[in-house]
Design a protein around this ligand. Structure first.
Ligand code: S5P
Length: 475
């Protein structure tokens, strides 16, 4: 289909201008395209939306998301005309109220079509794709009115995204020249300018700086900011508690009686963000213990992490998680699993935990001497996590392994002084773990509960962990 008429109309309403325009980058451009003006021309807006729809009519997607602001009315027009739901990305995430980065109703796993007015380097499209993906949504296709042919398509396709454009800069210029809207010199000036200002990031002839990469380095982001980005409710809640309580301390409550465990939860509850249990070492376990732990978790604002280290096939772990005498899924916000059986273990646990809003940690690395959880095993574990971002909320690891703010890294083997025990445990300090290695939570057991004053000791760890977090934020 020819879009000559649409191009001529856009020129008529001054959405396409020729002259000398100073761009954000400081460079001068002989062409300026401002599609914001189309909101004043409903007929043209309708034509644009119809053309975009036609282009992607065979592309599978569940939701439409316009890149703010120019493409929002276009996305809305498409949504209304074809009864397809929309979501919206906030340009600024509110610091009050719901703090959502993506507005609207959606489920993780849904496919989103991104709508943009024009693409140059692709950076504004990436800024929209990233928060969508952080919410568990999938993006494969982007539809734009104009491809400026400055490298955006290549930048997107290198990352696996398909760009569908209604017309390219060359096509637009051809139509305007053929209809005597621009003279030969203007035509050539613009063609030359486009050639000279490629922003394809691997193009060595590029004369403008490449698009600024979107920085989502979790170590320089606050826990609260990360909470906004996470779709998993457990991850969100945990990061919020950490921020509100100013603690990144988890206690490994490796005691063997109900009374001792409840005493730790009661006395240390306000110092910690996570209470980690080994429920199968409790000699007098009953459901009263589970209820009391949940009550304390609610009043003291911490999460319960049952360190069960599941390690069997999916079907078995689902039973171990839900049934038996412990009914772990009923009271533990977080559990963890080894990845040695392959991704089926995640599927099995997810079947039970997902609908309860639970979160899973994968053991990517271990603190013990001679651990086999390293190298390729760790890499494969990260891949499994990335394929299950709705349920996997992070890792047991010695350091931050991925630049994804929604994965929470918890590190065991922590003491104020480094060292080890006689059975292979290796200790690192809170400073090294949080500041140097970029982990998020220190898990401390004997360092606290074996101290003569566990509350005072917990405060020391809490302060050390928080100081390390604050100083890594200020780096
Ligand atoms: O690699 C690991 C993984 C875990 S979850 N190394 C560990 O030590 N843990 C757990 O962290 C371990 O089961 C124990 O509950 C706690 C460490 O306790 P600590 O007394 O050595 O601080």
């Amino acid at each position: 289909m020819s879009y000559d008429n649409l191009i001529l109309k856009l020129h008529e309403i001054n959405a396409i201008k020729f002259g000398e325009f100073k761009l954000k980058t400081g460079s001068l451009s002989p062409i300026y395209i401002d599609l914001r003006v189309i909101v004043s021309y409903p007929e043209i807006l309708r034509m644009v939306a119809a053309a975009m729809w036609e282009k992607v009519q065979y592309v599978p997607f569940d939701l439409i998301c316009g890149v703010p602001y120019t493409a929002l009315p276009i996305a809305t027009a498409m949504s209304l005309e074809h009864n397809k739901p929309m979501v919206m990305r906030r340009k600024e995430v509110k610091d009050y109220g719901t703090r959502k980065a993506i507005e609207g109703a959606f489920k993780p796993g849904q496919q989103v079509l991104v709508v943009e007015d024009l693409v140059t380097s692709g950076s504004s499209v990436f800024e929209t794709i990233e928060p969508l993906q952080l919410e568990g949504l999938q993006v494969k296709d982007i539809v734009v009115l104009l491809d400026r042919e400055q490298g955006g398509k290549e930048n997107l396709s290198e990352k696996g995204y398909a760009l569908h454009s209604i017309f390219t800069m060359n096509e637009l210029l051809d139509v305007l020249r053929d209809n005597n809207k621009i003279d030969f010199t203007t035509y050539h000036n613009v063609i030359e300018y486009i050639k000279q200002t490629q922003v394809h990031t691997t193009n060595t002839l590029s004369s403008t700086p490449p698009a600024k990469p979107i920085m989502y380095n979790p170590t320089s982001m606050s826990y609260s900011k990360r909470a906004e980005l996470c779709a998993n409710q457990t991850a969100k809640k945990l990061l919020k508690f950490m921020d509100e309580k100013k603690t990144n301390l988890a206690i490994a409550a490796d005691v063997t009686t109900k009374a001792e465990l409840l005493d730790i939860a009661d006395k240390l509850g306000s110092e910690i963000c996570v209470l980690k249990t080994h429920i199968d070492i409790i000699t007098d376990f009953d459901q009263y213990l589970a209820h009391e732990l949940m009550r304390l978790a609610q009043t003291r604002n911490f999460m319960i992490f049952e360190d069960r280290k599941f390690a069997d096939i999916g079907n078995t772990v689902a039973l171990q998680y839900e049934k038996g005498i412990y009914h772990i899924a009923d009271w533990a916000d977080i559990v963890n699993a080894h990845t040695v059986p392959g991704p089926g273990i995640i599927d099995g646990l997810k079947q039970v935990g997902m609908s309860k809003g639970r979160g899973l940690l994968l053991l990517a690395e271990m603190s013990s001497k001679g651990t086999l959880a390293q190298g390729e095993y760790t890499q494969k574990t990260l891949e499994m996590a990335q394929n299950n971002k709705d349920f996997v909320i992070g890792f047991i690891t010695m350091k931050k392994l991925l630049d994804d703010p929604c994965f929470i890294n918890m590190t065991p083997g922590v003491k104020l002084a480094a060292g080890g025990d006689t059975l292979g445990q290796q200790y690192n300090t809170p400073e090294n773990v949080i500041e140097k290695n970029g982990s998020d939570i220190i898990i401390v057991g004997r360092g606290i509960y074996e101290a003569s004053d566990p509350v005072a000791e917990a405060r020391k760890y809490r302060e050390a962990g928080w100081r390390a977090y604050e100083s890594r934020l200020s780096l």
